[in-house]
Structure formats: C-alpha cells, structure tokens
Design a protein around this ligand. Structure first.
Ligand code: GLU
Length: 286
C-alpha cells in the first residue's frame, strides 16, 4: 500500500456506531492514518447523530477494533452528539443569510408530488426534493412551527449557489473538481428527528477539528460538492480531499455492516492476527 504521507496532514476517521466495523472500515481507517504521515495528526470522530441507530456497544467496539489494528489516534475523540450547539450556530448563520426554509413534508408527500409532476431528477441521495415547502409564506411556517409541527430545515440550493458563486476543491487523486452541489437539490441540513444532518455536521466538524485532508470512501465523493458549498457559505477554509476505492466481497458487492463474517471483531474471534487483518485490508506492516 502506497504511503502518501510525505506532507504532515491532519486526517480523521469518522465512523458511525451503527454496527461493527468490517474490513472496509479497517481499510478506511488505516488509509486515513497513513495519509497523516509521520509529521501529521490522526483524529477519530464518532458520528452518532442518528440516535435511533447508534449503540454504545458499537462505539466501544470501534475503539477496541482500532486499537487492536494498531492504530493510534490523538486524544480527544469528538462525538457529534455532544456538539449540537456548534451545528445550531452554523444553522443560525445560514438562516441569517436567508438560505434555509422549514420543510414539513413527509416522505410520502414528497413521493406523491414527484409522481404527480412526472419529473423527478435524481441526485446522489435519491430523488431531488420538488420544492413543495420552498415558497410557503413566512406567517404560515411560523404558525405551523408554533403549533409544534415537525419540520426539517432545507438549504435553498439555488440561492445558496448564487451567493457562493463558482467553487472547486482539490482531490489528491482526481485533481481539481468543480463543485456541483445543485445535483442534490435543496438538501436537508437539520432533520426532523435530530437538529443537524450528515452534511452539516461533517462540514462543521472538519472545520472545528482543523482537518487539512479529508479521506473517505468514493461512495461519499459526491457529498463533497455539498460540503464545499457549506464551507463557502459558513466562511470556512477548504481541506484537501482523497476519496479511496471501496473493498468488495467475492461477488463484487461493496462491504457493508451486514457482512458480519468480515467484521473485524469476528475475524479476531476466528483467530486471525491483527497483522493478517491489516494485510487483508491491503495494509502490510508499515
Ligand atoms: N460517518 C460516515 C460513514 O461512516 C463517514 C463520514 C465522512 O468520512 O465524511 O460512512
């Protein structure tokens, strides 16, 4: 496995404790650790905003598995659930700039509207939101919120794109990438069930943690379009990126948490050494 850590970088591994880590996570974590390089720093972040799916035993297993793999991270693990204030501040900034609107739609209402209109552009996260709540009068939204109606907060993408102007970022492997956040449509930045979202929390955290090189699987390459836009709107600097390929199973399917036989825990319990598991993930002893 090539070592790309010639410049000291600040990198992170940011798993969600919604299952046991598998070989694909081992690869991703070792990849981030190796890119920090000897002069760099490697941080760990626990992405636990999804309170319904996260479990303390999965979080404990993350620490255990990473230690067992021989990965050392800097003290001070950031747990997203403890930083809701940071996300609220970012939302205030965006709201103050007139870039957010409350959305009361259920999934069913969105689906029905998409079927009715017959035009459903697809973004990386699925069908693009058809804008049902975008133009609601302020008096109505205020009344509905006051009445306790559940709502998400969406980014008004067209306005945000105008405000930010053309943007790009640098991926260490792919070079300069022009940002096209509009492919996502009006993304949710605060969910109905939790007052933040993946896109917002990751962007705010990478900034606060001083990450200089974001590494993650290429399944999240497109998310970087939104993150780049949020950085611009929030006045944050832009890290470098490096999106790595994903490990697959024998049938070519991408590894997922359901591949229990390839969880690090189960490989360990079946008697594999950490050196063997590192090698399976493509990382010989470094
Ligand atoms: N928490 C995300 C995951 O487990 C990764 C987030 C990121 O690296 O941006 O897939």
């Amino acid at each position: 496995m090539a070592k790309d850590g010639q410049r000291g970088a600040v990198t992170r591994f940011a798993p969600s404790p919604t299952g046991f880590l598998h070989l694909g996570h081992a690869y991703s974590a070792l990849f981030a650790g190796s890119l920090a390089g000897e002069a760099g720093r490697f941080l760990l972040r626990i992405e636990d905003i999804d309170r319904g799916r996260c479990r303390p035993e999965y979080e404990a297993a993350i620490y255990r598995d990473l230690e067992w793999l021989g990965l050392g991270w800097e003290a001070g693990v950031r747990r997203q659930s403890e930083h809701m204030d940071d996300y609220a501040r970012a939302l205030e900034t965006l709201d103050g700039a007139g870039l957010l609107y409350p959305c009361f739609c259920t999934r069913a209402a969105i689906r029905a509207e998409i079927e009715r209109s017959g035009a459903a552009p697809h973004g990386p996260d699925g069908p693009v939101y058809p804008g049902i709540c975008r133009g609601l009068p302020r008096a109505e939204t205020q009344d509905r919120i006051a009445a306790g109606e559940a709502h998400a907060l969406r980014l008004d993408m067209a306005r945000a794109a105008v405000r930010a102007g053309p943007l790009a970022w640098h991926d260490r492997e792919r070079g300069k990438i022009e940002a096209r956040p509009e492919i996502f449509g009006d993304v949710v930045l605060a969910r109905k069930d939790t007052p933040t979202s993946y896109h917002l929390a990751v962007t705010v955290d990478d900034h606060i943690q001083g990450i200089t090189l974001v590494t993650r699987g290429e399944d999240l390459l497109e998310a970087s379009h939104v993150h780049r836009l949020l950085q611009a709107l929030l006045g944050f600097g832009t890290p470098e990126y490096r999106h790595h390929g994903l490990l697959t199973d024998d049938t070519g399917q991408r590894l997922a948490k359901r591949h229990d036989s390839l969880s690090i825990r189960s490989l360990r319990e079946r008697g594999h050494t950490s050196e063997e598991v590192r090698a399976m993930a493509g990382f010989e002893i470094v």
